[in-house]
Design a protein around this ligand. Structure first.
Ligand code: NDP
Ligand code: MG
Length: 378
């Protein structure tokens, strides 16, 4: 099994390489990509010996080529990403880039008939309506890496009927239980300090605003073909139950495990096989108290905005996502406050009028560009 990892220098990308290292030699790395982390990509290339490595900028790619010599080909930019996603030798593409930049490479992978293990939720949020039918038409799987969706995927195995509803569990993030007034002055460092998971910066901020769960609601709609009213969010601070599916007969299936993304990544890579690994097991003598609460839509408006965009459909989820990406980047750059994030997204959704008929990749990219221009924060 030859694997291409888009975003190999990120949190999910690095954990994917750990998973691959722990599997047998049947699993090999064929391509690796990063945005600009030349040093780490160089180390990964030297260790995993792919046939292609990709960076975003041409100068960075030339520098990497100088350092890795004949080990592999080096490409750059969107063309490089698309090449990494569709190399003839590749059997599985792991998409672990962050943001809607992963859209075109995902399309390239599917058009080339490659299954995609997808962590890059932004792409399902904006284009799930196109991606899922394309994967079906090509006869390839979209394998969820996001822990909640991996859980639902596993809960649905073996059932002839779709679920009546699903529960996406949410830790509640670092500000669970806080009011808007208490969150008004929070710093970037406080927002990045997630209680249960160590993740990339963008998803860490999304977890603090609860937009992460909002994006996951939309992601679930496309992955599992559900109506918005079938998708419920349940706050579960321990992050032990990763999500649940309830069937027509009232039976509920839950998937549990240690809060370790490597388990979900391995499941996506080895599906339908279950292979051993050395990762820590769940210890019920420690995790002996599982609690649940309803989400707080009032103090975490991003979750309500995501449901609103999902109900509106069309390009509204794209506008939600792009405005969120811009707002989160501005918050990380300390240009806006934490509570400005939902306000900016709300303004973009209110100002947008979706006049296009039907969704295409071009129309998604146009709506994405509109929302980024509208929310541009200098
Ligand atoms: P990181 O920020 O840690 O990593 C992102 C990766 O993508 C890096 O390799 C980065 O390269 C690359 N990248 C970033 N921007 C671009 C760009 N514009 N063009 C090309 N490559 C780019 O993110 P995470 O690993 O945390 O998250 C990745 C995705 O997985 C996100 O969609 C996130 O929501 C999802 N996810 C993450 C989880 C987690 O535990 N981290 C859990 C569930 C889902 P470089 O290092 O050079 O900047
Ligand atoms: Mg998740």
């Amino acid at each position: 099994m030859k694997i291409s990892i888009l975003g190999s220098t990120g949190s999910i990308g690095r954990q994917t390489l750990e998973v691959v290292e722990n599997l047998t030699h049947d699993y090999q790395v064929e391509a690796l990509t990063a945005h600009s982390n030349v040093d780490l990509l160089e180390a990964q290339v030297k260790k995993f010996q792919p046939s292609l490595a990709v960076l975003w900028g041409e100068a960075d790619a030339l520098e990497l080529k100088r350092r890795v010599g004949s080990i592999c080909e080096v490409a750059y930019g969107m063309e490089g990403l698309k090449q990494a996603a569709s190399l003839p030798a590749v059997d599985l593409v792991v998409n672990s880039v962050v943001g809607n930049v992963g859209l075109l490479p995902t399309m390239s992978a599917l058009e080339a008939g490659k299954p995609v293990a997808i962590a890059n939720k932004e792409v399902l949020v904006t284009a799930g309506e196109i991606i899922m039918p394309l994967a079906r038409a090509k006869g390839v799987h979209i394998l969820p890496v996001d822990s909640e969706h991996s859980a639902i995927f596993q809960c649905l195995a073996g059932s002839a009927q779709p679920p009546a509803k699903i529960y996406l569990t949410a830790s509640g993030g670092p500000f669970r239980g806080k009011t808007k007034a208490e969150m008004a002055g929070v710093t970037v460092e406080q927002a990045l300090a997630h209680p249960n998971w160590a993740m990339g910066q963008k998803i860490s901020i999304d977890s603090a605003t609860m937009m992460n769960k909002g994006l996951e609601v939309i992601e679930a709609k496309w992955l599992f073909d559900l109506r918005p009213d079938q998708i419920h969010v349940l706050v579960h601070p321990q992050s032990i139950i990763h999500s649940m599916a309830e069937f027509e007969d009232g039976q509920i299936m839950a998937q549990l495990g240690a809060p370790d993304m490597r388990l979900a990544i391995q499941h996506a890579i080895t599906h339908p096989n279950r292979l051993p690994n050395p990762f820590k097991r769940l210890d019920f003598s420690v995790h002996n108290n599982l609690t649940f609460a309803q989400p707080d839509f009032e103090n975490f408006p991003c979750l309500a905005l995501a449901y609103q965009a999902l109900e509106a459909g069309g390009h509204y989820p794209t506008v939600l996502n792009a405005a969120n990406e811009e707002a989160v980047a501005a918050f990380l750059a300390k240009k806006i406050s934490f509570l400005d994030i939902p306000a900016i997204i709300d303004r973009a959704l209110s100002a947008y009028t979706d006049e296009s008929k039907g969704l295409t990749i071009d129309s998604i990219l146009e709506a994405d560009a509109w929302a980024r221009a509208f929310t541009k924060i200098s």
